[in-house]
Design a protein around this ligand. Structure first.
Ligand SMILES: [Zn+2]
Length: 210
């Protein structure tokens, strides 16, 4: 398996590329920016992009998705509850003072329980609203891996002061849907370093009260 995670764009969103070198297929999660670099890496590895998965519709996570789709033909999946945010791309770009990326409605919704990813490395969608209404985590159970988007960070959680954010809801999502995963589950957050569920249960100041 190929698993590469690297920060892209001015907000350093962690973009993840997962590939199956035998099937020559890949998925890309959160191509927020630097699409040329992502596409070059896929080409270098000789991988055909099968799916573009977006954890939520904030500009730093979704900004490059349509460009990557145009380069590869891969469909974009995003939870339908974030479509209002996708339509606010101009406002989102204004918050950051950057150019508005072109976007399009997703090809499919990352609905709760849906299985996505590669045949050999499937992931189950866990809907975790709170940071945004359509925020999801992707749980690759056989790999003991969680792609957490901006729901959970090492030592912190996603902000809830932007449109669609709700603090009580993100805490509920984390307690009822994320901390229930096995302790050894490795977590790749949407920004910053990797962590694991046990570590966050024990030390994350937002989660210790449970
Ligand atoms: Zn976000």
């Amino acid at each position: 398996m190929i698993l590469e995670s690297f920060p892209v764009g001015p907000l350093a969103c962690n973009c993840t590329l997962m590939g199956d070198e035998d099937a020559h297929e890949a998925i890309v999660i959160d191509p927020g920016d630097e699409v040329g670099r992502i596409h070059k890496r896929l080409t270098e590895l000789g991988l055909k992009l099968k799916q573009i998965l977006v954890t939520h519709a904030h500009i730093d996570h979704v900004g490059g998705a349509l460009k990557l789709k145009r380069l590869t033909g891969a469909p974009i999946f995003l939870n339908e509850n974030d479509i209002p945010l996708l339509k606010m791309m101009e406002a989102q770009a204004a918050w950051l003072g950057i150019q508005t990326p072109e976007t399009a409605p997703p090809d499919g919704s990352l609905t709760d329980g849906l299985v996505v990813g590669l045949d050999r490395f499937p992931a189950q969608v866990i809907h975790t609203p709170g940071h945004t209404q359509g925020s999801v985590c992707l749980h690759f159970a056989p790999l003991k891996l969680l792609i957490a988007g901006d729901t959970l960070f090492a030592g912190s959680i996603g902000r809830t002061d932007l449109p669609g954010g709700n603090f009580d809801q993100i805490i509920d999502s984390l307690q009822s849907r994320v901390l229930t995963l096995p302790d050894e589950t490795r977590v790749l957050p949407g920004h910053g370093p990797a962590t694991n569920i046990g570590e966050e249960r024990d030390t994350n100041p937002f989660l210790r009260t449970m």
